[in-house]
Design a protein. Structure first.
Length: 127
């Protein structure tokens, strides 16, 4: 849907066709291929994920880099930044949330939100 809205703003029919075809490939066909790769082999799935992160980082680095000079240098920098952001988002934030589990120890039922215990509960309940 968003691709159709974006394609309506393009100046030529060739650009509209290219964006629509790319959107069908990325959002329609590629998930089927990823599911097939995951069922076929876990290594294929992990390798494809790593290649996608590196490729996206390189593309962003090349686009945001300056026009003069060597564009692959910015692509390599984009790959490194993408790997660091992925590591922080997947590893660092998960580790941080696991560390916060020690404060979630008072649950009244399976659907009740946990009330964190940071200071003594007496000071909170007296008010």
């Amino acid at each position: 849907m968003a691709s159709t809205v974006l394609a309506s703003r393009l100046p030529s029919t060739g650009q509209v066709f290219s964006l629509t075809l790319f959107s069908i490939e990325v959002f329609g066909l590629f998930p089927v291929f990823r599911r097939y790769a995951r069922h076929r082999s876990w290594r294929y799935h992990v390798a494809l994920t790593v290649l996608l992160v590196l490729g996206a980082g390189a593309g962003v680095g090349m686009i945001l880099g300056d026009e003069r000079g060597w564009p692959w240098k910015k692509g390599l920098l984009g790959m490194v930044v993408a790997c660091l952001i992925s590591a922080v988002a997947m590893g660092g934030c998960s580790w941080w949330l696991i560390g916060l589990q020690k404060y979630k120890n008072e649950i009244y039922g399976p659907w009740d939100p946990a009330r964190p215990i940071i200071i003594s509960r007496r000071h909170w309940d007296d008010e």
